[in-house]
Ligand binder design. Structure first.
Ligand SMILES: NC(=O)c1ccc[n+]([C@@H]2O[C@H](COP(=O)([O-])OP(=O)(O)OC[C@H]3O[C@@H](n4cnc5c(N)ncnc54)[C@H](OP(=O)(O)O)[C@@H]3O)[C@@H](O)[C@H]2O)c1
Length: 433
């Protein structure tokens, strides 16, 4: 059999993901050739330190010190950007590579969340692809599922657990009863959390991924800046224990949903029923659920990070491009991507979990109930354990559906009551199946 010419890659960045890609190509050369109808070859690699032992043999490849040189190379069909960062080198490399007519594969969600619309247009103008399966939920093939597998659906919602570190921490806090700081330290020791964990625990990482999912689902430009984002730092062991008592788990959820023709997009810790599909996804796993008018609901679960899972997704892009498959970056031509019309978050409606730190005095519940009533919020249930007139106690309520603006105004008013000691803790309840 005569095979087409090899598909030639230049890899920029030889860290966790870049090395995983090199290993896969070295190990699966014949398998890839059979699947693509041509061989996949690495011609050139680049990273900061050419002397570093990376545990793989790089001697067969050209080395360039300046990754930007890959964009100008005549021996590369596709640049694989595995450096990271939304600006600087990664952005220049991707821009220049696309402009020079090279396909680009990236795992860089930050880059695409900030510059996705511009880069998608650049790719189309130059008749090349910008592929990014590994950028959303690592080894979970959600880009292909949402953009291609579910393409016959009018998608109403896409949501899920998009950050493995946060999910690991929420799971460990529930299982051990320990608080955020202790579990964070443990996650750092185990290598699940970075020394600076803010990207993971404050929601940015999940937010980058959600901005991309929303773009594919709704044909809109990725818009990270308009995202409402709350991370998990405010979730305490006490909240997790109460959620458990109520039959819920707390998950950092990314939600993009169409409501009355507008789009809501948010990252926040939410209570989900413990036996719901998403509720059962624990540990470092990621899960993305898609709701479409024909498919109903589809869920994909898998490992959201790590060398193997992330390289697996990069390779899916490599194989597509080597096969000559070219799909618009966000599912429709870049020129047709619309500016999203966001819903006013205050108008969104949901049930809520509300925990108050109150003095255990007669009349407190009546005062709090009156404030909620005055703000159109009705209580579904409440829990208070123990009695100690000298100390503050936790008073936990769940509410029926209420407007976010109403319950936030109620919380502001509750905080001014003499019997309330601290800022109320408020979380959405997502009634998932
Ligand atoms: N790790 C994961 O599980 C995962 C999952 C999904 C997506 N991603 C995304 O994949 C990308 C890569 O992540 P990673 O975890 O593999 O990162 P990493 O382990 O930190 O590796 C980054 C690589 O980029 C190189 N690099 C950094 N600055 C450079 C510069 N100025 N010039 C040339 N090379 C430079 C580094 O070179 P040296 O090695 O010489 O220092 C290193 O090889 C990021 O966009 C990340 O968000 C990662």
């Amino acid at each position: 059999m005569i095979m087409a010419e090899a598909f030639r890659l230049g890899i920029a960045g030889l860290g966790t993901v870049g090395v995983g890609v090199v290993k896969n190509i070295q190990q699966h050369g014949d398998l890839l050739a059979a699947r693509c109808g041509r061989r996949v070859e690495i011609t050139t690699v680049s990273a900061r330190d050419s002397s570093k032992d990376r545990g793989v043999d790089l001697s067969a490849y050209d080395w360039v010190d300046n990754a930007e040189d890959l964009a100008n190379s005549n021996s590369i069909d596709c640049v694989v950007e595995m450096i990271g960062g939304s600006e600087g080198l990664a952005l220049n490399l991707v821009r220049n590579s696309l402009s020079k007519g090279k396909h680009v594969i990236t795992a860089n969600k930050a880059l695409l969340a900030h510059h996705g619309a511009e880069l998608a247009k650049l790719a189309e103008d130059n008749n090349v692809s910008l592929a990014y399966e590994a950028a959303i939920a690592g080894g979970v093939p959600i880009v292909k599922a949402l953009r291609e597998g579910f393409a016959g659906n009018d998608v109403q919602a896409v949501f899920g657990i998009l950050n493995g570190t946060s999910n690991y921490m929420m799971t460990a806090m529930r299982e051990t009863g320990r608080d955020f700081d202790e579990i964070l330290k443990e996650a750092q020791d185990l290598g699940y959390a970075e020394a600076d964990p803010s990207f993971d625990v404050d929601g940015d990482d999940a937010g980058h991924k959600l901005a991309l999912l929303a773009a594919i689902a709704f044909g809109t430009k990725p818009d990270f800046k308009s995202l409402e984002m709350t991370g998990i730092r405010g979730v305490t062991a006490v909240d997790i224990a109460f959620a458990t008592e109520l039959g819920y788990k707390i998950k950092l959820l990314g939600i993009a949903r169409r409501v009355n023709g507008k789009i809501m997009q948010s990252i926040q810790p939410c209570l989900v029923p413990e036996n719901s599909k998403i509720g059962r996804v624990d540990g470092v796993f990621n899960a993305v659920q898609v709701e479409g008018d024909y498919v109903g609901s589809g869920l994909i679960v898998g490992r959201g990070a790590g060398e193997g899972p992330t390289a697996s997704s990069v390779m899916s892009d490599v194989i597509d491009l080597a096969r000559g498959i070219n799909v618009p970056t966000f599912g429709i031509p870049a020129n047709d991507l619309k500016d999203p019309e966001w819903i006013d978050q205050g108008e969104t409606v949901s049930g809520y979990y509300l925990r108050l730190d109150v003095l255990d005095q007669p009349g407190v519940i009546a005062d709090v109930s009156a404030v909620l009533r005055d703000h159109n919020v009705s209580i579904e249930s409440f829990i208070q354990h123990g009695r100690d007139p000298d100390q503050s106690v936790a008073l936990v309520m769940t509410t029926h559906e209420a407007k976010q603006a109403d319950i936030k105004a109620a919380c502001d008013a509750i905080q001014t009551l003499n019997s309330v000691n601290a800022e109320p803790c408020l979380m959405r309840i997502e009634p998932l199946e």
